[in-house]
Design a protein around this ligand. Structure first.
Ligand code: TYD
Length: 217
């Protein structure tokens, strides 16, 4: 959220917080690994995380969120569970890592909540933004890289081995998710950058690196 004064901002921490976003099947996990390796090769400590999850409590919440048996889950319950998982990850892992100067690379963060729960589910934008302030504990990414791919390509890829509870929402849902990411990039061009996810893996990693190169001065 632009304009939010974060605890880190006030304390002048040395770490860098990068988040990776995109609709299901955009190749995020593969790129997170490649990007983490490329950053570590520059001699920085890289802490690679994925949301929801990353702490024992957050992993339990993740299991609840993705279990296809929980089909009756209300959108408000879903929103609060993603935020609960996130708050624990921020307090337990992200803030300490940034405080010691690490590069934190998180596969999904609160822009996923905006894209999926506001964009996909249709929950009120302002409400989701407020929830993100709480779940993110005021910890804003320095850069958010959105891997962009035609939803039909990503969706076919993501569901080839079966669908989790979110993927079961279908292709139209993924199209709304993508549109929400593109809106975010227009609203916050300084933080949120759209990167073409099509092409050879190494070429996509190079695009991601270029889109955050300025963070290293
Ligand atoms: P995961 O298997 O980690 O998917 P991916 O590899 O695509 O990241 O499942 C996470 C799912 O949860 C994914 O469909 C996106 C969704 N999600 C939300 O709906 N809201 C959120 O805030 C987050 C973090 C994820």
């Amino acid at each position: 959220m632009e304009g939010l004064t974060t605890e880190r901002g006030r304390m002048g921490a040395r770490g860098i917080f990068i988040t990776l976003e995109g609709a299901d099947g955009c190749g995020k996990s593969t790129q997170a690994a490649l990007l983490a390796d490329a950053l570590a090769a520059r001699g920085r400590e890289v802490v690679r995380l994925r949301e929801p999850g990353g702490t024992p409590i957050s992993e339990k919440v993740r299991a609840l969120l993705l279990d296809p048996a929980n089909a009756e889950m209300a959108p408000e319950c879903e929103l609060l569970l993603y935020e609960a998982s996130r708050a624990q990850l921020v307090r337990q892992v992200i803030e300490p890592a940034l405080a010691r100067g690490a590069v934190v690379l998180c596969d999904r963060y609160y822009d996923s909540t905006y894209a999926y729960q506001a964009g996909g589910r249709g929950l009120d934008d302002a409400l989701v933004r407020r929830a993100n302030e709480l779940g993110g504990c005021g910890c804003a990414p320095d850069r958010t890289l959105v891997l962009d791919l035609e939803p039909s390509v990503g969706y076919a890829r993501a569901t080839a081995g079966g669908a989790d509870r979110m993927e079961a929402e279908g292709l139209a849902f993924q199209e709304r998710v993508r549109a929400a990411y593109l809106r975010l990039a227009e609203q916050e061009p300084g933080r949120v950058r759209v990167v073409d996810a099509l092409g050879e893996k190494g070429a996509v990693t190079d695009r991601l690196l270029a889109a955050c190169a300025d963070l290293w001065g």
